[in-house]
Ligand binder design. Structure first.
Ligand code: DP6
Length: 322
């Protein structure tokens, strides 16, 4: 039995950083994200009962370093007595470079595995399974604007607004295309254990989530811009102050922020956010993307630009028997 699913990456405007339960991969804080349209990961899961081990191809090449995490994800979705699987993933953007490739990869793997085995999970259950593999993956189960809430000893994802009713655009400036130096999983633990700012980060998150929720409900771009930039810089401050420090930025990252500040000074409705990598994501109102794209493309050191609107939830695209 086989199935293929597509999931889009999502970008957090209010960030997930830190875990309250490492083993179950439960986040220390809630988060709010937008799911993208034009970046995707497509995962095919082929259940092969006669096989003795899982296999993984990523963009056509064997990817042994990622296999253990994919196998653990399949165990959670299908149970440890499951048949082995041949998993094949294709992705149209750089992997492990701070572009949320793990979010779309684990969301698509979860959805494809459940469909291949004809398991009728609800979206809430799929989100919990995907989130156990990678926290941000749970949000890719929702299209448009999504919130991930901490709920007792589990998580819950909920839609905040659909993608048509506030069609924001995102321009991604790639400032370095290699994989990142420290995984977000590792860096989060270093932050939790050693950053003097970690506790205040966790304690202030409910406040930031509340402001962002209201801004999204009211389509108040200025308010969303203000809280998203603050939350992003606060997350990076937590990591910069950890021991050892985690600094994902490069000189071009900083130059992109200056470009965005200049555009804001000229009245352009745009704000930045940066995740666990050196890429800069510029979020803007519809109609501003060309101007933002051009300004970032002209910023010294920018290697490539990608533009995307908001996109849909992870979904099954092929389901086959035999
Ligand atoms: C900075 O979801 O990659 O992008 O749960 O350990 O797999 P794990 O972490 P991951 O972390 C994402 C961190 C972030 C912020 C965010 O997406 O909310």
């Amino acid at each position: 039995m086989r199935a293929t699913a597509i999931a889009q990456p999502n970008i957090a405007l209010i960030k997930y950083w830190g875990k309250r339960d490492l083993e179950r991969n439960l986040p220390a804080v809630g988060s709010i994200s937008i799911t993208l349209r034009d970046l995707y990961t497509k995962v095919a899961v082929d259940l092969v009962p006669q096989s003795r081990s899982d296999t993984l191809l990523v963009n056509g090449a064997e990817a042994p370093s990622m296999l253990a995490r994919i196998s653990a994800c399949l165990d959670r979705v299908l149970g440890e007595q499951r048949p082995r699987a041949a998993v094949s993933s294709t992705c149209n953007f750089p992997i492990a470079a701070g572009l949320a490739s793990s979010a779309s990869a684990f969301a698509a793997t979860t959805v494809a595995a459940a469909a291949a085995a004809r398991r009728a999970y609800t979206t809430a259950e799929l989100a919990r399974l995907a989130g156990a593999a990678s926290g941000s993956a749970a949000r890719s189960l929702i299209g448009g604007f999504a919130e991930l809430a901490n709920l007792g000893d589990t998580i819950e994802v909920r839609p905040l607004r659909d993608l048509e009713s506030w069609p924001l655009e995102v321009v991604v400036a790639i400032t370095e295309s290699g994989p990142k130096s420290t995984s977000s999983t590792t860096a989060m633990e270093i932050s939790r254990q050693s950053s003097p700012f970690y506790d205040s980060w966790v304690n202030q998150q409910a406040h930031d989530l509340g402001i962002a929720r209201t801004a999204i409900a009211q389509r108040d771009f200025a308010q969303l811009a203000n809280i998203a930039e603050h939350n992003c810089l606060k997350m990076h401050s937590v990591m910069w102050a950890s021991r050892p420090p985690t600094v994902y930025w490069n000189a071009t990252t900083m130059r992109c922020l200056q470009t965005i500040r200049r555009l804001q000074g000229e009245g352009c409705n745009v704000f930045f956010t940066i995740d666990a990598g050196p890429q800069v994501k510029a979020v803007c109102l519809p109609g501003e993307a060309d101007r933002v794209r051009q300004a970032l493309a002209e910023t010294s050191g920018v290697e490539a630009i990608m533009t995307s609107g908001l996109g849909p939830a992870a979904r099954v695209v092929v389901q086959l028997d035999g």
